[in-house]
Design a protein around this ligand. Structure first.
Ligand SMILES: CCCCC/C=C/CC(=O)SCCNC(=O)CCNC(=O)[C@H](O)C(C)(C)COP(=O)(O)OP(=O)(O)OC[C@H]1O[C@@H](n2cnc3c(N)ncnc32)[C@H](O)[C@@H]1OP(=O)(O)O
Length: 398
């Protein structure tokens, strides 16, 4: 083991680098405001949702209350505009973090997300709504950082960790695999992956690298390689039409697996970034095969080797994205379209997907295995470890 590796392992264990997510105590100070400024189309839904919150029979828990608080503030006041409270002012710091974590999420999207979240907590409502609201029908329990709902024959898997830009933790990889398995067997006909807050997903959670088992960095790298292979296999083998609703910036693995989706709809706020060389890593998610195929080898190289960040428009021009929508109407347009698609005969859709993908499957599994094998050594390299330490010690961002 080189000196740098020893230094990094020591630093990985150093408590000052391991930031906890914190536990919050519910107090009246966290309760939602119930007056809002008048807004156009969804104001009625928004007000109904605010009223539904007061009628909830079960305490939704502090994490959900913080999300509701943040979305409410974003929907009514826009991006966080108050100074960061001191570290020991726990409650206000938690509220500030939640609101600030929504970044520049547009008011309209925050209002929609608030209504969706309340619907998922309340179950089906008897009131009519002017909006298409995916996810109000049935919420599936057992996920910590996903919100999995089914409505209108669409299963929606929402990455629900907005304060961390939906970075994917080890547990989330497992939860996403479970959710995909359940969706492949439920009575839905389409499956959607999307993100909550202003990001679609910031990729692999870099703190995953701090959880070193007794076998050291090598064992960690092996475990991660197996987990990644299983994770990507779930996308390769998913039998129903799979749609990515890219609501904001996407980074790393959340971008590379897009080549395994059947449709990718993007907000015009979305960007697509695979900074593998910057991180001392290499492509995964079968992108070393799908990207050159989709966009040609030189465009793929610019993304995968040089980390060029694409706008939604560029990603669409290069074939990675199916269609781009203005952010202000993104949710409404996309869900209206998906709801219409979900009425098509399910067996025909499934069989069409199978015939489109079947000749590629073996190749994709081989590419996945090879990419994971290369990453196994990349994750143990000084280049990668330095990049992770720099991020964790706040020296580097993308
Ligand atoms: C099983 C293992 C499989 C591994 C598969 C491999 C996949 C490869 C990849 O996915 S590579 C991509 C990895 N991702 C990154 O490098 C992104 C790192 N994040 C950033 O550069 C920035 O956070 C940002 C550009 C995404 C957003 O910047 P912004 O200034 O808008 O916001 P903050 O930096 O303040 O972020 C808010 C909080 O979220 C935390 N966070 C964001 N992304 C990640 C991440 N990928 N991993 C861990 N934590 C992340 C960030 O630290 C902030 O937390 P804090 O509020 O506690 O400070």
């Amino acid at each position: 083991m080189s000196e740098i590796v020893r230094r990094i392992v020591r630093r990985w264990y150093h408590p000052s680098l391991l930031r906890s997510s914190g536990q919050y105590t519910w107090s009246p100070a966290l309760q939602l405001h119930t007056s809002g400024t008048a807004m156009s189309v969804t104001q009625k839904d928004f007000e109904n949702a605010m009223n539904q919150v007061k009628l909830l029979k079960k305490d939704p828990g502090n994490e959900v209350k913080l999300k509701l608080y943040a979305l409410y503030k974003q929907a009514t006041e826009g991006p966080c505009n108050i100074p960061k409270p001191g570290a020991f002012d726990f409650v206000n710091k938690a509220k500030w973090d939640a609101w600030n974590g929504l970044g520049s999420l547009p008011k309209e999207t925050a209002r929609q997300n608030y209504v969706d979240l309340v619907s998922s907590l309340s179950g089906p409502s008897s009131e009519s709504s002017s909006q298409v609201k995916p996810g109000a029908d049935s919420k599936q329990e057992g996920y910590e950082n996903l919100l999995v709902t089914s409505e209108d024959r669409i299963t929606k898997i929402l990455l629900n960790r907005p304060t961390k830009k939906n970075a994917i933790t080890t547990q989330m990889y497992h939860e996403i695999m479970l959710a995909l398995k359940a969706a492949s067997q439920d009575d839905s006909v389409l499956t959607v992956l999307t993100g909550s807050g202003d990001y679609y997903c910031s990729g692999n959670d870099l703190t995953n690298f701090t959880d070193i088992p007794p076998g050291g960095v090598e064992e960690k790298a092996k475990n991660s390689s197996f987990l990644l292979r299983d994770f990507v296999n779930c996308f390769i083998d998913f039998p129903k039409p799979l749609v990515a609703v890219v609501n904001g910036p996407a980074v790393g693995i959340s971008v590379t697996i897009l080549g395994l989706f059947d449709i990718v709809y993007a907000s015009d706020r979305a960007t697509f970034h695979t900074p593998f060389s910057h991180l001392g890593q290499s492509p995964e998610g079968c992108s070393s095969y799908t990207f050159p195929k989709i966009m040609g080898s030189s465009k793929a190289a610019e993304m995968l080797i040089f980390g060029k960040k694409l706008t939604a428009g560029e990603a669409c021009a290069q074939g990675l994205v199916t269609q781009v929508f203005p952010d202000s109407t993104f949710q409404k347009e996309v869900w209206t379209r998906l709801k219409a698609y979900s009425k098509l005969p399910p067996n025909a859709m499934r069989i069409s997907k199978e015939i489109i993908r079947k000749n590629e499957k073996e190749k994709l599994h081989a590419v996945n295995a090879e990419e994971c094998n290369v990453l196994l050594s990349r994750w143990q390299s000084d280049e990668c470890m330095n990049a992770v330490v720099n991020f964790l010690s706040r020296k580097a961002k993308l």
